[in-house]
Design a protein around this ligand. Structure first.
Ligand code: ZN
Length: 245
């Protein structure tokens, strides 16, 4: 069956394909993540070729055929090109990292309204500069993990079930969650988690305000979330867009 679908979409990536075309990964409102081919997209005068740059939010027509792996892109219009993000190096890097997470961790043709709204909302927050880009990236990452079914377990010890209290020396087990001070002395199959990192994760998850942000804990946060993700998603290799940090 084939149909013509009109939908909003965020451009995740774009690569050359053959002499004339491009393959674009879109995260769409109606179909989830899909690859589309833009015929003639390498022609400099192609309007669609210029508005399908990664990060852009666009309105597209898609010729969708269920038997086909790659769909054909028809008309498209620019909704938002996020000019403030593009003018700022940190914002660009972390916004692209958000897109890479969506590209690497979602399955094709899995529509998810909540995730589409989440991606849109986080890009708008990058654009308005309401918080440090690293914090926005962390907020989105923790939100995405929950959507994917890998919610971070932070409030109760994953071994004894007791409520975690501040001031404990905590550990974290990637396949289950946080471990309280008492249980952590008997558990060796887990990693230490500093009070700062624990507090930060809690704030990211609960949507609480985060006071001071510096890049020291940024690295710690990123490596924690990546290790956590790798332990749940075998195919996940980590983010290439943040590797230079
Ligand atoms: Zn415990």
């Amino acid at each position: 069956m084939s149909s013509l679908i009109q939908t909003q979409a965020i451009v995740l990536s774009k690569i050359k394909f053959s002499d004339t075309s491009k393959i674009i990964q879109l995260y769409t409102k109606e179909l989830g993540r899909i690859p589309v081919i833009l015929k003639g997209g390498r022609d400099k005068s192609s309007k669609a070729g210029t508005i399908t740059d990664p990060l852009n939010m666009i309105e597209v027509m898609i010729y969708n055929k269920e038997s086909r792996e790659v769909q054909t892109l028809g008309n498209c219009e620019l909704i938002n090109h996020f000019g403030n993000i593009r003018e700022d190096y940190d914002k660009t890097i972390y916004a692209l990292a958000v897109l890479e997470l969506v590209k690497e961790l979602t399955h094709e043709y899995e529509q998810n309204d909540r995730l589409f709204r989440g991606v849109t909302k986080i890009l708008e927050k990058f654009e308005s500069g309401s918080e440090h880009p690293l914090i926005l990236f962390g907020r989105f990452y923790v939100f995405l993990l929950e959507i994917l079914g890998y919610e971070l377990q932070l409030d109760h010890c994953s071994i004894c079930g007791n409520l975690i209290s501040t001031g404990e020396s905590l550990k974290f087990k990637f396949n289950s969650g946080v471990i309280c001070g008492i249980c952590s002395t008997k558990n060796f199959d887990s990693v230490f988690i500093t009070p700062e990192l624990y507090h930060l994760l809690l704030c990211l998850k609960m949507g609480k305000k985060i006071e001071n942000s510096n890049s020291n804990w940024g690295k710690l946060l990123q490596s924690f979330l990546e290790s956590y993700t790798k332990s749940h998603v075998e195919s996940y290799k980590g983010l290439t867009s943040l590797r230079m940090f």
